[in-house]
Design a protein around this ligand. Structure first.
Ligand SMILES: Nc1ncnc2c1ncn2[C@@H]1O[C@H](COP(=O)(O)OP(=O)(O)OP(=O)(O)O)[C@@H](O)[C@H]1O
Ligand SMILES: [Mg+2]
Length: 246
């Protein structure tokens, strides 16, 4: 049997909540933590994650050039190629396409800024995740240190689902590190932001492990993950891993 591959989807209808920042950072952090090989997929027409990867020097994590309509085949191919985790960035919207991406998720991460507008906007994203009976984790992102609204946001979000214990704070290096295709772990290893990414990935990974062992309903009766359960005949296509875009 092929080793299992887990699919982590970043979704939130709210623009600018940190989907792309966290997709790139979590993927690199997973590699650094030895959980690789890791692949990234950008399903957002804005292409922010692809553009970041294109200026990145390192070839890892891998980038899979995919589109909504080929996601199933591309993920299945990634699994056959031996990828352990695939991170998928999505556009800021609530559409049928996003709902289809969520179908492939083993866990959906919903980054949320601690602002009233962002908190009010989580409903439709949560509805999609719940309608697909998927696990979700909120990540409070872009938080101002010591601001009361941060803990208030975490409490408000906890009414809708699990909130990651790691708060991601507002720091300029989350943005500046991505300018030349890197991450905070690569520009300032051991810094505060890098430590946040380390602890966030640890939490997400532990949660996936816990779901695997405790939440029996997550795997079907054959022990298959979300993707494997969706798999039937695969029309093999030429792999497009790690290809720089024009
Ligand atoms: N923790 C943070 N600290 C400082 N800046 C941040 C942080 N998280 C994200 N940003 C910045 O906020 C902006 C929006 O982040 P990002 O592009 O990751 O959000 P997004 O949810 O992918 O947006 P979109 O919905 O448009 O795809 C970017 O300029 C990013 O660099
Ligand atoms: Mg984005």
């Amino acid at each position: 049997m092929l080793p299992s591959m887990r699919v982590i989807v970043f979704a939130s209808q709210k623009g600018g909540s940190g989907k792309t920042t966290l997709s790139g950072h979590m993927a690199v952090q997973a590699e650094l933590a030895g959980a690789g090989p890791i692949a990234l997929i950008d399903t957002d027409p804005q292409g922010s994650l692809s553009k970041w990867w294109n200026v990145r020097e390192s070839e890892s994590p891998y980038f899979i050039q995919s589109v909504f309509s080929n996601l199933f085949q591309d993920l299945d191919l990634a699994r056959r190629e031996g990828f352990r985790y695939v991170f998928i960035d999505t556009p800021p919207a609530v559409t049928r396409a996003i709902s289809e991406v969520v179908n492939f998720a083993d866990i959906v991460i919903i980054p949320t800024r601690p602002s009233p507008h962002d908190l009010r906007a989580v409903g439709p994203t949560v509805d999609i995740v719940e309608s697909k009976h998927k696990q979700l984790v909120f990540v409070v992102n872009d938080a101002t240190p010591r601001a009361r609204i941060t803990s208030e946001a975490a409490v408000a979000l906890s009414q809708h689902g699990t909130v990651a214990p790691t708060i991601v704070h507002n720091r300029v290096d989350y943005a500046s590190s991505m300018i030349d295709g890197r991450t905070v772990m690569e520009t300032n290893a051991g810094g505060r932001s890098a430590k946040e990414m380390e602890s966030l990935w640890k939490y997400v990974q532990e949660r996936l492990h816990r779901m695997e062992t405790v939440h029996a309903g997550w795997l079907d009766e054959n022990g298959q993950s979300a993707l494997e359960a969706n798999t039937n005949a695969l029309g093999r296509r030429a792999p497009s891993f790690g290809r720089r875009l024009q």
